[in-house]
Design a protein around this ligand. Structure first.
Ligand SMILES: [Zn+2]
Ligand SMILES: [Zn+2]
Length: 335
């Protein structure tokens, strides 16, 4: 099968013909139609995340169809079903975290496109227990960004509890998906972009945010909570200063630059800082239930599989206007 392979961090992916895996017990073999590109893929390529599997096939927002089912695979899928494969690829089901409904923190968890091979390829094998059925109203391109930006964004959003005035720092893919749900649920959204990014602020306002400005500005009212999706540690004290008493700053990314020191008085008043790690299957199911009801709309820009490096380069340099989605087999427009 064709695959884009990462041999070593800080090198371009290589188009290669690699052997197709066989589905083991409990696994599905999936013929991939599309795979969306996530900022985490960039962090892996750029060597910012420790110990990736190498060589590695990236990609953890995978949409495809079941081609073959390994022995004793979960009966919720049959051959031909459309399936979504997310970041959380496997857990032991047995550690203290798994036993307390926190499988996202499992000590032995495996992650698609990071510690196991992912979706920048024609086929992938995946543990059936971690795969999702996808809402029918989305096509293979539109649904792909829901599988990470959507699901992990949703977990970050849920961490803000019933915050009414919600700030979002870093108004990219995840922010745009979560804003649609938050407005649907009656929250007010305050969008923070890079200072001076008038286009970004205008597009946030078009989504219905109550306010949009630069991350160097203070919102017109104190916030009940803030989510930081940008990988910029300096935004943590900035967001804290924008919070009302009792508010929480949720750091939604897997990687962030160092957080500068700040006076304790800015945390005082029962303000809190927390991070969100990975997702549970339940997060995924809840998100896929609410997304079509809103309905959450995704914006995508497609690339053939062979042009994955172009998609990653354009993501890194901020030249993408939407989520990059790789078109792979059996898809209109795929080569
Ligand atoms: Zn991701
Ligand atoms: Zn575990």
């Amino acid at each position: 099968m064709r695959a884009m392979v990462l041999d070593k961090p800080r090198q371009p992916l290589q188009l290669r013909d690699v052997e197709k895996s066989r589905p083991a017990k409990g696994q599905l073999l999936v013929r991939i139609a599309t795979c969306a590109v996530c900022r985490t893929d960039l962090h892996v390529v750029d060597g910012e995340l420790p110990d990736p599997k190498l060589p590695l096939i990236l990609g953890h927002q995978i949409v495809g169809r079941v081609e073959e089912i390994g022995e004793e695979a979960n009966s919720k899928f049959k051959v031909g079903d459309r399936v979504g494969i997310p970041w959380l690829g496997w857990t032991d089901g047995d550690c203290v975290y798994c036993r307390s409904n926190r499988e996202n923190l499992c000590d032995r968890a495996k992650f698609t496109g990071y510690t196991i091979d992912g979706g920048y390829a024609e086929f992938v094998v995946a543990d059936a227990r971690f795969c999702f059925h996808l809402p029918e109203q989305y096509d293979d391109v539109d649904v792909a960004p829901l599988l990470c930006a959507g699901m992990l964004g949703y977990r970050s959003y849920r961490k803000t509890g019933d915050a009414h005035r919600l700030g979002i720092y870093g108004f990219g893919n995840a922010a745009r998906l979560i804003t649609q749900i938050a407005i649907y649920e009656g929250r007010e959204i305050f969008a923070f972009t890079r200072p001076g990014d008038k286009t970004g602020q205008e597009s946030a306002r078009k989504l219905g945010t109550a306010w949009a400005g630069g991350s160097d500005e203070m919102p017109p009212e104190k916030l009940d909570a803030a989510i930081i999706f940008a990988p910029v540690g300096a935004l943590v004290p900035a967001a804290l200063r924008a919070l009302a008493k009792g508010g929480t700053v949720v750091c939604g990314g897997i990687h962030m630059s160092d957080i500068p020191s700040f006076p304790y008085v800015e945390l005082w008043g029962e303000r809190a800082i927390c991070s969100v790690a990975n997702l549970t299957r339940r997060d995924g199911e809840e998100f896929l239930d609410i997304a079509p009801r809103v309905p959450v709309r995704t914006e995508t820009e497609t690339f053939p599989l062979e042009e994955a490096n172009t998609a990653l380069d354009r993501f890194r340099s901020g030249e993408l206007n939407a989520t990059a989605v790789l078109l792979i087999s059996d898809h209109p427009g795929a080569r």
